[in-house]
Design a protein around this ligand. Structure first.
Ligand code: FE2
Length: 326
């Protein structure tokens, strides 16, 4: 992460796989914050900017309890949910539990499309309103705000005008605890189908096929794409300390693109540059040769015209050019 090369590879891996671990870094909040700021500025939310927390007796969010958390994405209630999220466990649960859980939402969605395209379709089309009720004392209830007061579907696609398909899937919003009662259902029947689809989706994410566990350790944080990877946590006993923060999706993608584009330009081998030069020189030499040949042909033509008698014109006869009488 210290060099641009390693940062570029690190960001590339997150973009390709959805997550990456960082090894052997100092187990401190300061070092963790520096890692985030190597990528971009930390995105502040109603919970603050860089966070560092243990379980609380009066939590403002389930994240600050010691309860089990089912797989979800964060900030579903924002118009623009957080792009990357970093977790650095500075103190594993002192009396057991607290393992982190993850699943690749894109892979699970692709599977759902295969086994039940109707369920995939309804999760892609019905807009769900989400809110952050826990923060109401200080900020008011965060909800999906204008211009999408009607909420967002669980699956968002880059081409919404055509039938939803996993190859166009760009974002997952999924948090059972953040769902709001204000969702406007298209019909009672559609609502029933949506809940059936949601149940299958949740079970799929939590299945052995898709969910995996990680024992986060001090000095080895994980950073992941919050639009793709769903995360959760097992219940725990005792104290557990975790720090981390968010990076916006636009900031992440811009940084990844810029740093890898500049590295590619710098890493272009000398030989390929000289190849270009050679090609350029060859082209110039070729042009020169063609011009010379043209000049020579013109000179020959002029000489030929000088030799032709006024009442004689050149004609082709059996493939041989020669002056004949008209
Ligand atoms: Fe979360």
């Amino acid at each position: 992460m210290n060099s641009d090369t390693s940062l570029g590879a690190f960001l590339e891996q997150i973009r390709a796989c959805g997550f990456s671990f960082i090894s052997k870094m100092p187990p401190t909040p300061e070092a963790t914050q520096q890692v985030l700021e190597r990528i971009s500025f930390i995105r502040p939310t109603q919970y603050g900017s860089f966070w560092d927390f243990t379980s609380q007796s009066e939590p403002v969010d389930t994240a600050y309890t010691n309860l089990s958390l089912s797989l979800h994405t964060d900030t579903t209630y924002f118009t623009d949910p957080a792009g990357l999220q970093l977790f650095h466990c500075l103190q594993p649960a002192t009396q057991g539990g607290g393992q982190s859980t993850f699943a690749d939402g894109f892979a699970a969605a692709q599977h759902l499309y295969k086994v039940n395209p109707d369920y995939y379709n309804i999760l892609s089309s019905v807009r769900i309103v989400s809110h952050a009720s826990g923060s109401s004392d200080t900020f008011g209830t965060f909800m999906n705000n204008a211009p999408h007061a009607g909420g967002f579907p669980v699956f968002t696609h880059s081409a919404p005008h055509i039938r939803p398909h996993p190859k166009n899937l760009t974002q997952i919003r999924w948090n059972n605890d953040d769902r709001h009662s204000g969702t406007q259902w298209p019909s009672h029947e559609r609502m029933i189908v949506w809940y059936r689809a949601a149940r299958v989706w949740q079970e799929l994410l939590a299945s052995k096929e898709f969910q995996w566990e990680a024992h986060l350790q001090p000095g080895r944080p994980i950073i992941f794409d919050n639009w793709r990877i769903v995360h959760g946590r097992k219940a725990f006993e005792g104290q557990r300390r975790v720090c981390g923060g968010y990076i916006g999706m636009d900031e992440f993608l811009a940084r990844e693109r810029m740093i890898n584009a500049s590295l590619t330009a710098e890493a272009r081998p000398e030989s390929s540059q000289s190849d270009e030069t050679q090609i350029s020189d060859k082209e110039k030499a070729n042009e020169k040769k063609i011009k010379k040949e043209q000049v020579e042909e013109e000179e020959i033509e002029e000489q030929r015209e000088d030799k032709v008698e006024p009442d004689v014109v050149p004609q082709k006869d059996e493939g041989v050019d020669r002056p004949i009488a008209s």
